[in-house]
Design a protein around this ligand. Structure first.
Ligand SMILES: C[S@@+](CC[C@H](N)C(=O)[O-])C[C@H]1O[C@@H](n2cnc3c(N)ncnc32)[C@H](O)[C@@H]1O
Length: 274
């Protein structure tokens, strides 16, 4: 993160706040208003004209909702199969600790994020129920040793975990993306699952939104750095020691779930240990 036109990096990720708001608007996150404060709560209380908003946002609204649904399904599958923890990499304002509270039970959530974003989350979640078993782990994926930090925090390789890396890969360099995937593979015990998304710029629509979305992200101080064609996802995972289980995109998931039209260039991935 770097200082953007709308704010300073020390304030934490702006995009984390934007996607939290969009999830609230799309009706897939009942905690968004509480996390974002009174003005957002008011705006989210009576959402209107969602198809128009989806159109105006270049399908971002339905895409974010579809991404949430896809990743929720992986989290559900992993927890039901006996994962001992949920690891949110680049947690932002992800409300899964509360949304999945019943299913998680006493299992801890590892909240991994850039220190500035982690601080923002801590501030914004003060009024939500505390889960004493959850752990905050401050990490800069571009600089810090994620593997060592998670091991120190008690993430012992050998047990099954669910890893979620939602809306993060596109902000990292290719080297940081590869390193993070290798760290996940090294820490994932048998039965572990990973869910994440990637941006592709294959095709005209994707390329256009890539340029326009990239400009918007520059303004927010979180420039677009990584994208990957669908054909390259399996090799990218294999290089890190992971296997591709499912490759989809938010257009397909949104269509299947009746969420409207989503973006074909937002790729959705479920992966597991080789
Ligand atoms: C779009 S937000 C997504 C947040 C959350 N996963 C969600 O879906 O609501 C991007 C997240 O990536 C994190 N991030 C971006 N670059 C990072 C880096 N170099 N190290 C650690 N976290 C980073 C930001 O702090 C932010 O929480």
């Amino acid at each position: 993160m770097k200082p953007g036109l709308l704010g300073r990096s020390s304030r934490g990720s702006r995009t984390a706040e934007v996607v939290c708001f969009l999830r609230g608007l799309a009706g897939v996150d009942p905690f968004a208003g509480e996390l974002l404060g009174p003005v957002a709560r008011l705006a989210l209380a009576r959402p209107r004209a969602l198809p128009l908003l989806n159109l105006a946002s270049g399908a971002l609204l339905a895409s974010i909702a579809a991404r949430t649904r896809f990743i929720d399904d992986v989290v559900t599958a992993g927890l039901d199969a006996g994962a001992v923890r949920l690891v949110l990499l680049g947690a932002g304002l992800d409300a899964r600790p509360w949304r999945f509270a019943a299913r998680l039970g006493q299992r801890p959530v590892y909240l991994v994020d850039h220190p500035a974003s982690a601080e923002n989350r801590a501030r914004r979640s003060r009024t939500l129920p505390t889960r004493p078993q959850d752990l905050r782990i401050d990490v800069d994926f571009a600089r810090d040793d994620l593997r060592a930090r998670l091991r120190t925090a008690g993430l012992t390789p050998g047990s099954p975990s669910v890893f979620v890396w939602e809306g993060v890969s596109m902000y990292l360099t290719e080297a940081a993306v590869r390193q993070t995937l290798a760290d996940i593979a090294a820490l994932a015990g048998p039965g572990s699952l990973l869910a994440f998304d990637l941006w592709s710029d294959a095709g005209l629509i994707s390329r256009l939104s890539h340029v326009l979305g990239g400009l918007g992200l520059d303004v927010l101080g979180e420039p677009l750095r990584f994208w990957c064609d669908a054909d390259d996802v399996a090799p990218l995972l294999a290089d890190a020691g992971l296997a591709l289980d499912t490759l989809s995109n938010t257009a397909a998931v949104a269509r299947g779930a009746g969420l409207g039209f989503g973006h074909p260039g937002m790729l959705l991935v479920r992966a597991s240990r080789i």
